[in-house]
Ligand binder design. Structure first.
Ligand code: PBG
Length: 331
């Protein structure tokens, strides 16, 4: 050994399992996980999603069972996304305001079966409801309008809150929607419904399988770059987070996950608020593809990546691997 401190050996604390356990800085538990689930019409239906091997769309009765499974695994929260029937999609996404839409029926069914034992996070954005697959309303030039879209999003959020949602999670990236939704929730009698803002959401190539899952992929014309963030930008993410917090967000999200852990760390250091990350569909698919190709061990890849989110500063992670990870962690 050379140097000023010849007796320093960083390998000393790594030499045995008990010592590694003692010195571990980051701990991952099932309570760190949010499980995203896709809802579809019908009864007793499970529809596997080809681009997301191991993930299915479930009918409402089956979603109730998945919620029960989450409770048993110690997963505190599920996130719901609807695969709206094609004939209920329209240019203005009006189905988002229907109190009996798929999403609201799923929320109510989970509430009836599981009471308050599980958190229900609901996505606010119009893409599962629009005929064009964009997250908002289009003007004559095909531009996604901001303020008119926010008005509909407010109605969508109130609709979900009325059905029993615990956390409203706007994923649309319109300006000003957090403040507008917060004000409407207060006025509407839902002061304890939380908002988890998708604050730093990037225009990413990792969302493909999700769009298959909610059925918007084939409909989408163009891209979402006029509202989702440029992957090249970091400072802008801090401005997005600052704005959403000032408008009343209870927690913020960075999305996608692994390619953006630097953003997670910057947000955590700067704001010291609850930060979540979404390990998105394309990231899930990459791990599954690696495992299927024999390029890595699935269980180890899952636990390593999820631990990395926590090390980067995440309070929790949305991941399609939530049930697998929870089973592994529960031993
Ligand atoms: C849309 C939305 C997307 C995701 C969550 N909400 C896709 C998009 O912005 O096109 C992606 C999640 C994933 O890929 O797992 N509002």
């Amino acid at each position: 050994m050379t140097g000023l401190f010849p007796d320093t050996r960083l390998r000393r604390t790594r030499a045995s399992g008990w010592s590694r356990a003692l010195h571990r800085e980051t701990v991952l538990t099932p309570a760190d996980l949010i499980w995203p689930l896709f809802v579809t019409e019908g009864e007793n239906v499970e529809e596997p999603i080809a681009s997301l091997p191991g993930v299915s769309r479930w009918s409402v009765d089956q979603i109730v069972s998945r919620a029960q499974e989450a409770i048993e695994l110690g997963i505190p929260c599920i996130a719901l996304f609807p695969n709206t029937q094609p004939d209920r999609r329209s240019d203005n996404g009006a189905e988002a305001l229907n109190p009996d839409n798929l999403m609201c029926r799923a929320i109510r069914a989970i509430r009836e079966a599981s009471g308050a034992d599980i958190g229900i996070l609901t996505d606010v954005a119009l893409d599962p409801y629009t005929a064009h697959g964009q997250d908002g309303l289009l003007d004559d030039d095909g531009y996604v309008t901001n303020d008119a879209t926010v008005e509909v999003l407010v109605g969508q959020a109130l609709n979900q809150a009325a059905a029993g949602a615990d956390i409203i999670a706007p994923s649309d990236m319109m300006d000003g929607r957090i403040g507008a939704i917060r004000a409407a929730l207060e006025e509407g009698g839902y002061p304890n419904v939380q908002i988890m803002s998708y604050a730093a959401k990037y225009a990413s190539a990792f969302y493909g399988p999700f769009r298959d899952a909610v059925g918007s992929g084939g409909l989408l014309k163009g891209d979402k770059k006029s509202y989702q963030m440029d992957p090249a930008n970091g400072e802008e993410a801090l401005r997005e987070v600052a704005l959403d917090l000032s408008e009343g967000a209870d927690s913020v999200m960075v999305k996608p996950g692994l390619p953006y852990l630097d953003i997670v760390r910057r947000v955590k250091d700067r704001f010291e608020v609850p930060v979540f990350a979404y390990q998105v569909s394309g990231e899930y698919a990459m791990i599954e593809a690696a495992a299927a190709a024999g390029a890595g061990d699935r269980d180890a890849l899952v636990l390593e990546t999820l631990t990395s989110f926590k090390r980067a500063g995440c309070t929790g992670v949305l991941t399609y691997h939530a049930p697998l990870a929870a089973k592994l962690l529960n031993g």
